[in-house]
Ligand binder design. Structure first.
Ligand SMILES: NC(=O)c1ccc[n+]([C@@H]2O[C@H](COP(=O)([O-])OP(=O)(O)OC[C@H]3O[C@@H](n4cnc5c(N)ncnc54)[C@H](OP(=O)(O)O)[C@@H]3O)[C@@H](O)[C@H]2O)c1
Length: 329
């Protein structure tokens, strides 16, 4: 029987003010689906792209792609979960900013008992992204201990997890961040070097740090503002992985920009990596293992009531947040 739940929804794309708390009916899961009651919902920059219309949605629409809670019901054909399980997920379509929802089961995994709900809700989309970036988005010949990589926005949600994970892999991660405080946080989390890219020329600093060699990979989620400089930071045969557009999408560019150093450019997304239940579980096991070993601690820095989703979006877009934030229903 459907229940009436609270959810943040939008009826038109726009600024944070379009996020509205509403009552919506939530039904039972169909084949391949699961119904979850949220204890916490993750806040991600991708939610801003959906809210603003950069990524189109059919209206009215839910928002949010990451959460943790209790499984209330499973649909036909779902064997890996049962009612009462603690669970967490990163999934499409949006709809996580809610008290309860129905979603595809393939991207939902059981949450280990030692991981609390806030951490579970903060770690799935961001932690699985770091998993596929550092483990699966590699240059020719792979990444070896001692290799330099450049990671932009290193004090953000994805960024602080990446700093720790890279340290555990023995990589020398050069992190960029937008203030001295954010740089200090990235260093504390395992960055080998940090650059305040709002005050310093990050291309020149990377050249200094690497003795003019450049880095093997640049992981760039800033997009428009950093793209050209990121290419300059790469060594020959290096890889630029553009995985976000926090400053706006990268405009069309000439392939000739890659020719001088035989560079590779990729535009990866999490959900192509989470295409199957098996892949989702394998990546989640890796992430949970990193957390269980203490190699990665999920930095849950802010908690907002669900009703304050608009304020959370304002803070995220104004670059006021560090680490991960969650909404509490
Ligand atoms: N492709 C994928 O699979 C995937 C998956 C997850 C996340 N992402 C991307 O990864 C990035 C990080 O996500 P997140 O949720 O962890 O967010 P976040 O890093 O916590 O927040 C975004 C950060 O980007 C930096 N930034 C640079 N220019 C900005 C601008 N003009 N406006 C706002 N912020 C700007 C800011 O840090 P500074 O002040 O330090 O510059 C800001 O704190 C996002 O671009 C997101 O879309 C991609």
């Amino acid at each position: 029987m459907p229940t009436i739940e609270r959810a943040i929804r939008i009826h038109t794309p726009g600024g944070p003010e379009v996020l509205r708390l509403e009552e919506v009916p939530v039904g039972m899961p169909g084949p391949g689906e699961v119904r979850i009651r949220h204890h916490a919902c993750g806040l991600n920059f991708i939610d801003v792209y959906y809210r603003s219309g950069l990524y189109p949605l059919d209206m009215p629409a839910g928002i949010g792609m990451e959460g943790a809670g209790i499984v209330e019901a499973v649909g036909e054909g779902v064997a890996h979960l049962q009612p009462g399980d603690r669970a967490a997920y990163a999934c499409q379509p949006p709809g996580a900013y809610s008290t309860a929802r129905v979603l595809p089961a393939k991207n939902v995994v059981r949450l280990p008992d030692e991981i609390d709900y806030d951490t579970g809700a903060a770690m799935m989309l961001k932690g699985l992204t770091v998993q596929y970036l550092l483990r699966q988005t590699q240059p020719r010949g792979g990444l070896l201990p001692g290799d330099f990589v450049l990671f932009h926005a290193a004090a953000g949600g994805v960024g602080l997890i990446a700093c720790q994970w890279a340290r555990a892999m023995g990589l020398k991660l050069i992190g960029t961040a937008g203030s001295p405080e954010k740089c200090a946080l990235a260093l504390l989390n395992g960055a080998a070097h940090v650059i305040d890219y709002r005050r310093e020329d990050f291309v020149a600093r990377v050249a200094d740090i690497t003795g003019g060699q450049g880095v093997k990979v640049v992981y760039d989620s800033v997009g428009n503002d950093t793209f050209a400089g990121s290419l300059q930071c790469l060594r020959p045969f290096g890889l630029l992985a553009v995985f976000g557009s926090s400053s706006g999408p990268v405009p069309p560019f000439s392939l000739q920009m890659l020719a001088a150093k035989s560079l590779y450019v990729s535009r990866p997304t999490l959900f192509t990596h989470l295409a199957s239940r098996e892949a989702t579980q394998e990546m989640a096991d890796d992430l949970f293992g990193m957390v269980a070993r203490g190699a990665v601690t999920i930095p849950v820095e802010r908690r907002y009531p669900l009703a304050d989703a608009a304020r959370a979006h304002q803070d995220l877009e104004a670059r006021l947040t560090t680490g991960c934030s969650v909404l509490i229903p």
